[in-house]
Design a protein around this ligand. Structure first.
Ligand SMILES: [Zn+2]
Length: 156
């Protein structure tokens, strides 16, 4: 996952710039939880501004269902309330998932939770750009190592 689709998805991890989660996860995850980035394992969550998109989905689904209900009444058709309710539910789920995938950015969780407490040491670089990166006991430092040669490259 990358390129145009990757950037359209708003799926970039704020820590490592990699893909933070899969499409289905991006579509369905809640705003109130923290998740580990698929690429680097550090904690991310969906921006809470995404709640506004849930409201948009709700309004769109209501408009669609009410429109359908009125059209059915005008045509004196047999389309019943159950059908209109299902239309409402399906529209809500589809619009909520699509807007969450496309418009809700992945943001960093402030406290370094997943690696917290681990002692300072060299580990394989979570960004994949270098061989090793130094974990300073609190967060990934900008000190990296390739073939035994140290250099500086900030995580973000
Ligand atoms: Zn990451």
């Amino acid at each position: 996952m990358g390129g145009v689709w990757g950037s359209m998805m708003n799926n970039k991890c704020p820590h490592c710039d990699g893909a933070a989660m899969g499409v289905l996860q991006k579509a369905t995850r809640g705003f109130w939880k923290n998740y580990e980035c698929d690429s680097c394992g550090r904690m991310v969550r969906l921006a809470r501004s995404g709640i506004a998109w849930r409201v948009v989905a709700l309004v769109v689904a209501l408009v669609v269902a009410i429109g359908s209900s009125e059209a059915a009444m005008a045509a004196d058709s047999a389309m019943d309330d159950t059908t209109n309710f299902l239309l409402f539910v399906v529209t809500f789920i589809v619009v909520a998932a699509a807007t969450q995938i496309l418009f809700v950015p992945v943001v960093a969780v402030d406290a370094p939770v997943s690696q917290g407490g681990q002692p300072a040491a060299w580990h394989p670089d979570p960004t994949g750009r270098h061989e090793l990166r130094y974990w300073n006991g609190f967060e990934w430092s900008e000190t990296v190592s390739d073939g035994g040669v140290e250099s500086q490259d900030p995580v973000t």
